[in-house]
Ligand binder design. Sequence first.
Ligand SMILES: *[C@@H]1O[C@H](CO)[C@@H](O)[C@H](O)[C@H]1NC(C)=O
Ligand SMILES: *[C@@H]1O[C@H](CO)[C@@H](O)[C@H](O)[C@H]1NC(C)=O
Length: 433
Amino acid sequence: MMVCKRACVVVLGDVGRSPRMQYHALSLAKEGYNVDIIGYSGSAPHSDLLFSSKISFHYMNPSPSFISILPQFILYFLKVMWQSWFLIWTLFWIPKPNFYLVQNPPSIPTLPICWFVARIHRAQLAIDWHNYGYTIMGLTLGPNHVLTRVSHFIEAFFGRFAGINFCVTKAMSQDLHQNWGVCATTLYDRPAEIFRPISLFEKHELFLKLGKDYHEFSSSRPDDTLLTERFADGQVRLREDRPGLLVSSTSWTEDEDFSVLLDALDEYELNRSVNSSDYPPLMCVITGKGPLKNYYTNLIQTKHWQHVEICTPWLDPEDYPKLIASADLGVSLHTSSSGLDLPMKIVDMFGCGLPVCAIGYNCLKELITDGQNGMIFKTAGDLADKLLAWFHGFPRDNEENRQFYRRQLKVYQSLRWHKEWCKVALPLLSHNN
Ligand SMILES: *[C@@H]1O[C@H](CO)[C@@H](O)[C@H](O)[C@H]1NC(C)=O
Ligand SMILES: *[C@@H]1O[C@H](CO)[C@@H](O)[C@H](O)[C@H]1NC(C)=O
């Protein structure tokens, strides 16, 4: 008789914006598990999840915005109580799973509550460590704030109780082991299938579509776009006079300092205005939404550049991979709060075969080999130099250099999430079940 295998995936955040937990859920479903996902609604999850008959979503009620005259500590306490109640209620409502797979962070109240429910249900608890919750809290509250310290304590205490641990880098695995004695298996993020190179025709269609909402991408001829042109015979080609297309995505939070990119573009603008035949104009597309977006769009509006344009469009989820696949260079300004996790957006860019210029921190070399598949920079001036070098002679001259980077990414592109997951995660998760 077939035994019904069940898994419960818990992420105390917007499920649609938690790609890695979505990939876990998809892989579990592919391997025959019925999956319950608990989290918050918000952005639409990947359509493969929505259409899967094996995956059910259980959305929790977000905590109300309690009266903000209360002290911060009490506000936080009320929020945690609210979340705890809904989490416990949902965890007991759904059928008992073989194991709980929990994203950390956030750690509170997820870790204590999932540990508690797993004990009662005699189910396994697996934690997927993406980062440390307390270091993220430390960014806003300061590392010595009492909430940061309480959070650190709870994370370290309950983090030790999970039977299975995954994490995102070797550096994090070492750190977990050294500090908390947790043995975690490194499961690298891999690009989903949708992040792949696309044809010229698909690029053309994308820019036609974007041009409807963002005039920057359109051209005076209705059949053409800023970057592509269609000839009478129906053939699509890249325009010789196209700008360099730079892309970056961000959640506009404190751990990404976009002024670094703006300063670098300032410098690019200056150099291009003097030596205009050496460099193309730049179109810089920044996607994503988040708390600091308004602050930066106001800052961008104060720039009156002639040679650089910035567009911050809202993209349909299926257009984002296409945009990356159409770009000439990706930029990552992600600095990790713990220095132990890797930016998912670089993984996605690599999946599309797009070389990336990324701000450096200690474990980034687990993903980027400087001068091979990407470039690592430290300061805005550094980034400006790399942009100038990359786009020198674009699109005609120096193409060999740009192709060299793209060739280095071929191997990476062939390693996909599900295969890696089956090799690394499945044996641990299916053991004892
Ligand atoms: C312009 O190009 C010349 C020759 O390549 C170089 O020496 C000079 O520094 C450049 N100036 C700027 C502002 O880019
Ligand atoms: C860019 O311009 C600065 C002066 O404004 C110059 O020192 C530098 O060499 C230029 N960079 C390149 C790559 O031409």
